[in-house]
Design a protein around this ligand. Structure first.
Ligand code: RNT
Ligand code: ZN
Length: 425
């Protein structure tokens, strides 16, 4: 496909773009500098279709499903790490790895999820350390026989509830060990699938039970220097179309009351409802947010992220209001119908691009115009800014960061597919 752009070409485009932004009072060097310090947490589960390495038989996928059978998915932790490294090498900027409990390395031994310990993640921690990656973590409350009823932390059965409570407690301990080892706090995010396919009679009791379970999980204080707790809502899932116990209202109230982080997954709201507009409200009441940047399409909440208006709006909110240090950016998508490494690269580069575009915005100027009541000017300016030459800054930034410019990264992925992925059985 496309060859790498020549240095001369990139330089010329950059100089032109730099002037264009300077005319609006925007310093492109500052924008690139800020961008290079914003971490984005890449979810490991794009690499193996949310499979994990436990090899257990379970009916319940938890209402999340990767569709497609593109060849070459990672079958072992080593393969997944190698694929992740390939993807990371094609994405500029600061990256973290987001892991699920089902990616434990137990050396072939059967270790129940409520008995997981930091040592089962030593391989991941050592690897992250050697690659200078921060790490985030998630209890896996799905894809397990004890989740087959569709209910985990809000199950009517006290025994099942306590199994999942213990699993989540174990995960916070692992999160703390991760944060301590890597010198950057681990965000441990709880998402559960609990819900009903059809119209329930009792909407209240599962929520009371969920609240009790969460209280039990968070009873032990853990130093936020090492582990930050987050809770993630959802509107509906496959098989939980009529009711989800952990709704947005439920977790918003919980996060405000308990001081934990709230997770906003872009695909977990009504199809036309964006998360961008929620951020400035919620941050009045909770200290920090975790984002699961994703793309909902019809009933699926996890398409590969693209540079959409919605994505740009999210980035704008973070940048315009100085929220980059209160919002942890995580990605959450999975597509098994295309090359998985290309999926990671496409989605993460889109996130980085959206941040760059937001950082290149003459926000002060726009705010002045708005405060002066000049809505004509606001609309006209916002529209003109859309065709500013951010692509030239992006190319320059990629080159500066030592990753391929333009679509040249795709050649690299195709080569890797030939050399590595195609040889997997
Ligand atoms: C599911 C949630 C959750 C998962 C991951 C695998 O709808 O979005 O975040 O995607 O935990
Ligand atoms: Zn999510």
């Amino acid at each position: 496909m496309a060859a790498q752009m020549s240095d001369k070409h990139i330089e010329a485009g950059y100089l032109h773009a730099k002037d264009a932004y300077a005319a609006f009072g925007v310093d492109v060097a500052t924008a690139m500098e800020v961008l290079s310090g914003v971490p984005v947490s890449l979810h490991c589960w794009q690499g193996d279709d949310v499979g994990g390495f436990e090899n257990i038989d379970a009916l319940s996928g938890g209402g999340i499903q990767a569709t497609g059978n593109y060849p070459g998915k990672a079958r072992t932790p080593d393969e997944l790490r190698r694929d992740f490294e390939k993807a990371a090498s094609l994405i500029p900027g600061k990256k973290r790895i987001n892991l699920h409990a089902m990616y434990a390395e137990t050396g072939g031994a059967k270790v129940e999820r409520d008995a997981l310990e930091p040592k089962h993640f030593a391989g991941w921690i050592d690897w992250a350390k050697s690659r200078n990656l921060g790490m985030d973590f998630n209890p896996t409350c799905f894809g397990h026989p004890k989740a087959d009823s569709g209910f985990t932390l809000s199950n009517y059965d006290a025994g099942i509830r306590s199994f999942w409570v213990d699993h989540c407690i174990a995960c916070r301990v692992i999160g703390e060990a991760v944060g301590r080892a890597l010198g950057t706090p681990c965000v441990t995010n709880i998402w559960i699938p609990d819900g009903f396919k059809d119209i329930p009679v009792d909407r209240k009791t599962p929520r009371e039970l969920l609240r009790q379970s969460l209280d039990a999980i968070f009873a032990n204080p853990i130093d936020p220097k090492f582990n930050l707790d987050a809770v993630e809502s959802k509107l509906f899932g496959i098989g939980s179309e009529s009711y989800v116990a952990g709704s947005h209202e439920f977790y918003l109230g919980y996060a405000v009351e308990k001081g934990v982080l709230l997770t906003l997954d872009a695909g977990h709201f009504h199809p036309t409802e964006g998360i961008a507009d929620k951020i400035s409200s919620i941050l009045l009441y909770v200290d920090e947010l975790l984002l699961h940047v994703s793309r909902g399409v019809r009933w699926d909440s996890d398409h590969v992220v693209i540079l959409s208006d919605e994505l740009r709006a999210i980035a704008e909110e973070l940048v315009r209001h100085g929220f980059l240090n209160r919002v942890h950016i995580g990605l959450d998508f999975f597509d098994a119908s295309i090359n998985r490494i290309a999926a990671w690269v496409t989605g993460t580069r889109a996130m980085m691009k959206a941040l760059l575009i937001a950082l290149l915005e003459p926000t002060d100027l726009l705010k002045q115009v708005e405060r002066a009541g000049d809505y004509t000017g606001r609309l006209a300016l916002l529209e003109e800014l859309k065709t500013m030459p951010f692509g030239a800054i992006w190319d320059y930034y990629c080159r500066k960061q030592g990753v391929p410019t333009g679509v040249a990264w795709l050649d690299d992925v195709r080569q890797y597919e030939k050399d590595v992925l195609a040889k997997r059985g």
